[in-house]
Design a protein. Structure first.
Length: 258
């Protein structure tokens, strides 16, 4: 088509031959670069696919070696041992973080302490996510708690158990295996945790090992370390408590084994 146009202009429009040649040459040059670009794109895509196929083949083969394997061989303690018991270390760390720690000699003292807290705070609704503790309250005829319910959005506080207590960091280890494990510890204004002395572990690694021992290969989908009340200083570096979670955290430690 473009060549016919060139001949036509040469035969009948001799005075405009120069312009016709220029237009036809421009079209031919553009077509040439267009096909060259397409060919180069095809070659690049094919080379790219070859590289990706080799990567896929390599990843599907033998497993990659673990980076820095010497780190796993270091079994020595990083932190110095404390002269205090793990329970004392946890209580001190937990209080420094702003938590409220209460030591109970037995389960009856736990029930009495929670009942007293309920009355002093003037709470209207106290939830309990732990079925065993809920039965203890009902057996003792203490009717200050109700079963945890996701629909009870206006509750003042919620009681939960925990997986372990980490002494060094003052952290509470929680998991999704607990009743309302994803909601109860973070949704309500006050979080009340109860634990037994045999649940206190020296460090985070010990807490994770305890979870592995408890659940085996069926590890919970969520393992959370709650360290003190929720706090943030994102805005103008001003510390605000209770923004992303409970503003108060109580820990009742029972002097008994679970």
């Amino acid at each position: 088509m473009y060549l016919r146009t060139l001949v036509f202009w040469c035969k009948f429009k001799g005075n405009t031959l120069q312009f016709a040649i220029k237009d036809a040459a421009s079209v031919l040059i553009n077509c040439f670069f267009y096909f060259c670009t397409r060919l180069q794109t095809f070659k690049t895509s094919k080379a790219r696919e070859n590289i990706l196929s080799k990567i896929r083949k390599g990843l599907g083969g033998a497993p990659m070696p673990m980076p820095f394997p010497e780190v796993e061989k270091e079994t020595g303690a990083i932190y110095a041992d404390s002269e205090h018991t793990p329970e004392e270390v946890f209580a001190e760390a937990f209080i420094k973080l702003g938590g409220k720690f209460v030591f109970c000699e037995n389960e009856q003292e736990l029930l009495d302490s929670i009942n007293l807290l309920y009355e002093n705070r003037g709470w209207k609704q106290l939830l309990c996510a732990d079925e065993r503790l809920l039965r203890l309250f009902h057996n003792r005829k203490i009717d200050v708690v109700t079963a945890a319910d996701p629909k009870a959005e206006a509750a003042d506080a919620c009681i939960t158990s925990c997986e372990t207590l980490v002494a060094r960091t003052g952290s509470i280890v929680l998991s999704s295996r607990q009743n309302m494990g994803r909601v109860a510890p973070v949704y309500y204004p006050v979080h009340i945790v109860f634990a037994y002395t045999n649940q206190v572990v020296p460090d985070i690694e010990d807490g994770l090992n305890a979870i592995k021992k408890k659940y085996g290969n069926d590890i919970p989908s969520m393992i959370n370390l709650n360290t003190g009340p929720s706090r943030t200083a994102d805005i103008e570096k001003t510390l605000v408590v209770g923004v992303h979670g409970p503003g108060e955290v109580f820990c009742f430690l029972i002097n008994a084994e679970l």
